[in-house]
Design a protein around this ligand. Structure first.
Ligand SMILES: Cc1ncc(COP(=O)(O)O)c(C=O)c1O
Length: 363
């Protein structure tokens, strides 16, 4: 029986092994591990790749969102709109600031926020909105930006799953005030540990985020803010620089797999993902919906195919949010009950893709 994992680094890390090890040796020998030339170079290169002016490397994607919200002055008494079906980190970052999470259901076709439901969720305490480009697809930015402009809200794009996705030809992360990225290993651009970054065209915000992540300091031992320690280290930045040079190829390969899934999967019990108009998808996850998700998962497992559910419990139903009494929303509940992500990784062979297609069609 063929075995197809949900994800594997093997083809990618095999190809760049020598390059990565040589770079690691270079940083190792250099002996400078925090706030050095590798992070500075990565920030410049990642900003340029996204066509943004500024980039600040931080320790995680969660920190990127948290620090950006803090830099916007968001805290207790404020509200922030968050999609009801995102990964918990988006909501946690808001909660850490002391602000209240206000959940809004996504569009049923793209699983991402659009203009729908925003007006109903809005109160004068609302200070920001966080569109998440979930699974790798850009959210409906025109509608979100128009709403934010009308209400005077900050727009923070959560790009943790969408490195390189575009909306009307422009990369995500460059529409709002900041774009926040995660470099968790499994992301489309993944470090060999934790990492994150924010991109922005707002110099003041970028500088404040950098300062907040450096103990609230821009001058050694002088502390302007009650900051924290959240920096992208030299080893991760150096290795990310190498992967960044291949990221377009990595995303292209994921697209090829997704195209084959979409052309090949024909099963009335499976709902395939749809890409909205004027945007691209970088297929961080190939998320299908199925009313009998557990049976589908078991069926694929029996055939040696790995799958993961993103995410089985909606934010409003998480134990940690029971005191907040967040809105239990139907689209989020439906996705949590029926989503299953099929195998998706760089280097997946045609045979592996076809094997998954046949197994899904046989369900
Ligand atoms: C949508 C979303 N936001 C935020 C994060 C947080 O990123 P990190 O794991 O780097 O903290 C993740 C990934 O884990 C994510 O998928």
């Amino acid at each position: 029986m063929m075995k197809v994992p949900f994800s594997t680094f093997a083809p990618m890390h095999g190809e760049i092994r020598e390059e990565m090890l040589a770079k690691f040796a270079q940083v190792y020998d250099c002996g400078w591990f925090i706030q050095g030339s590798e992070c500075e170079a990565f920030e410049k290169e990642f900003a340029a790749w996204n066509d943004a002016q500024y980039c600040v490397g931080v320790a995680t994607g969660l920190d990127a969102i948290y620090l950006a919200l803090k830099a916007m002055g968001i805290g207790a008494g404020d509200e922030v709109i968050v999609p009801s079906n995102t990964f918990i980190a988006t909501a946690l970052a808001v909660s850490y600031t002391g602000a209240k999470v206000v959940l809004v259901d996504p569009d049923e076709e793209t699983y991402n926020l659009c203009g729908k439901g925003l007006e109903e969720a809005y109160t004068p305490r609302c200070k920001a909105i966080i569109p998440v480009h979930l699974y790798g697809q850009a959210a409906e930015m025109d509608e979100i930006l128009a709403f934010a402009r009308e209400k005077g809200l900050y727009v923070l794009e959560d790009c943790a799953q969408s490195h390189g996705a575009t909306y009307k030809g422009k990369k995500v992360g460059t529409f709002g005030d900041v774009g926040c990225f995660s470099f968790y290993p499994g992301k489309n651009l993944g470090a060999l540990g934790d990492g994150g970054a924010i991109i922005s065209n707002n110099e003041e915000l970028a500088n404040k985020i950098r300062c907040l992540g450096n103990y609230g300091s821009t001058k050694k031992y002088h502390h302007t803010y009650l900051g924290t320690n959240s920096r992208l280290d030299e080893v991760q930045a150096a290795l990310l620089r190498i992967k960044l040079t291949h990221l377009d190829d990595y995303n292209k390969a994921r697209n090829t797999v997704a195209d084959k899934y979409i052309a090949g999967i024909r099963n009335p019990k499976i709902r395939l993902p749809k890409t909205g108009c004027d945007r691209t998808h970088v297929w961080h996850l190939f998320a299908v919906l199925c009313d009998d998700r557990e049976a589908l998962k078991a069926h694929l497992e029996e055939r040696g195919i790995g799958t993961v559910c993103h995410y089985p419990i909606a934010i409003a139903d998480q134990e940690c949010y029971q005191k907040e009494q967040l809105a239990h929303l139907p689209v989020a509940e439906y996705i949590a009950a029926s989503e299953l992500s099929l195998p998706m990784y760089y280097g997946m062979t045609d045979e592996e893709v076809q094997y998954v297609i046949d197994a899904v069609n046989a369900f």
